[in-house]
Design a protein around this ligand. Structure first.
Ligand SMILES: Nc1ncnc2c1ncn2[C@@H]1O[C@H](COP(=O)(O)OP(=O)(O)O)[C@@H](O)[C@H]1O
Ligand SMILES: [Mg+2]
Length: 279
């Protein structure tokens, strides 16, 4: 595994504050709103994840790291039900995703929001129409109400109402990420999945996006599952960090705990030259 190069270094990243008080693994399992057990995923004869366990605790911002191609997106897609697993179980909001009824699955999907790594927005739809896609799927609202809601969501992510009628091609990279986040928040989710939300942004745009995530997590009580390569995001907004490697979660804990871990990849990622330049 190799760490991907960061674009540059942000000056003012600090340790995340307000970390939820977690007392050992029993407490984590009790507060878990997403629990992954023994999950194994492969394509053809290539195994990507093998016996992976993970808990995400209500209200936390979990940062998910790992070398390129280790399966971070595959795991997220598997949790979302978009990739098949060969073994294991996934529970979201206390529902086992294999045995949930269609009605229960619909409720689960209403309570999560997703920002995918690629294809964040539909290019043929305006920003407003993009934000309304999940609303149309799950809610029965008048167009007028959906228009008002779309403006509220834009405001939530720091975009002006005049972004509503623009097409994605008319937006900057940072605005596209924010508009995608507005779509992920369309149904007032409890849990959001973000796959590399700050990749492609300049350091200032990325820092602003991280600040937004931290603020939304606090004010909306959102739980955030964020795949990222960005050490500054990990340091500034994440309460816990999970490291994917060797087809499973190699380690999970606070940044301090990662700094003390002596697994070679974890050590080079968190204490290597690039990490030290941050301090
Ligand atoms: N649908 C698929 N079919 C076959 N191989 C896939 C598929 N999706 C992902 N992979 C492979 O799984 C591995 C992990 O991919 P991915 O989860 O995208 O990595 P990353 O950790 O960078 O997000 C890669 O080798 C990728 O080529
Ligand atoms: Mg990926």
């Amino acid at each position: 595994m190799s760490a991907e190069p960061s674009q540059s270094v942000r000056p003012s990243a600090q340790l995340a504050s307000g970390t939820p008080k977690l007392q050992g693994s029993a407490q984590i399992e009790k507060d878990s709103i997403l629990s992954v057990r023994d999950v194994t995923v492969g394509f053809g004869n290539k195994l990507i994840l093998d016996g992976l366990d993970l808990d995400v605790v209500r209200g936390e911002i979990l940062g998910f790291v790992g070398g390129s191609g280790t399966g971070k997106s595959v795991l997220m897609r598997t949790i979302l039900g978009l990739n098949k697993k060969r073994r294991g179980s996934i529970e979201v909001f206390g529902r086992n995703m294999d045995t949930a009824t269609e009605g229960e699955m619909t409720m689960v999907r209403r309570r999560w929001g997703v920002l995918f790594q690629q294809g964040a927005l539909f290019s043929s739809l305006t920003v407003k129409q993009n934000i309304q896609v999940p609303m149309r799927e799950h809610l029965h609202l008048s167009q007028r109400l959906m228009d008002e809601l779309a403006i509220l969501k834009l405001d939530l992510v720091g975009l002006n109402p005049d972004a509503a009628d623009k097409f994605p091609s008319e937006l900057s990279g940072g605005m596209i990420k924010r508009a995608s986040l507005a779509r992920a928040l369309a149904l007032d989710p409890d849990l959001v999945f973000l796959d590399e939300p700050t990749s492609g942004l300049d350091p200032i745009g990325a820092a602003a996006f991280d600040g937004l995530i931290g603020q939304l997590s606090k004010t909306l009580g959102l739980t955030v599952y964020m795949v990222t390569h960005d050490l500054d995001s990990l340091a500034s907004v994440c309460n816990r960090i999970a490291v994917l490697g060797d087809k499973k979660v190699l380690a999970i804990g606070t940044l301090d705990e990662m700094m003390k871990n002596d697994h070679p990849w974890i050590e080079s990622y968190f204490r290597g030259e690039r990490a030290l330049r941050r301090v």
